[in-house]
Design a protein. Structure first.
Length: 84
């Protein structure tokens, strides 16, 4: 009778071990998916940052071009004499 109980306990422990191993494997697969997603998001972040920097540089260049285009210089003496 003792050996029967021992075998039942052993079978129960083996079943729990299989379940635990299955859960561990599922968790490892889940973690690997997170790692892949993290790498993908990091690459997208780097690409987005490059685009943002390029656009910022273009905006700054255009602002400078507009500032130069609309700048008003003082009239020279010849221009003053010609106008009035």
């Amino acid at each position: 009778e003792n050996s029967g109980r021992t075998l039942e306990k052993l079978a129960s422990v083996e079943s729990q071990l299989r379940d635990t191993i299955r859960q561990r494997d599922e968790a490892n697969n889940f973690m690997e998916c997170f790692g892949d997603r993290e790498r993908e998001l990091c690459l997208r972040l780097v690409d987005s940052d490059h685009v943002r920097r390029d656009l910022h540089a273009k905006v700054m260049q255009l602002m400078g071009n507009i500032r130069v285009f609309v700048r008003i210089r003082p009239m020279t003496k010849g221009e003053k004499d010609a106008s009035g």
